[in-house]
Design a protein around this ligand. Structure first.
Ligand code: SF4
Length: 88
């Protein structure tokens, strides 16, 4: 099989990056996916794209592991940035 363009870890095992829960087995899968993201050359850009796409959505409306972050972690990043921007 031939492939075009770069291959990223999430393309090798997509299901790993969308665990069904944030606890138990789901938490373990999320941690494994995050480890895979840390070896990805576009990790930072991927996280920023997810933050932009999800906007101000609550964590429960965010999904998947993107750029080595969980939905709750991305929500926390969003909130921190918003508070910093308001304070500036
Ligand atoms: S950083 Fe993004 S593109 Fe890279 S493996 Fe993780 S989810 Fe996939």
């Amino acid at each position: 099989m031939t492939t075009d363009g770069p291959q990223f870890p999430c393309q090798e095992d997509p299901e790993l990056f969308f665990p069904n829960s944030s606890s138990g087995v789901g938490l373990a899968l999320a941690e494994e996916a995050k480890r895979e993201c840390h070896r990805c050359p576009i990790k930072d850009a991927c996280r920023e794209e997810a933050l932009l796409r999800e906007g101000s959505s609550a964590a429960k409306y965010r999904y998947g592991i993107w750029g080595a972050t969980t939905p709750a972690e991305r929500r926390a990043i969003y909130d921190t940035r918003r508070k910093t921007a308001v304070a500036a």
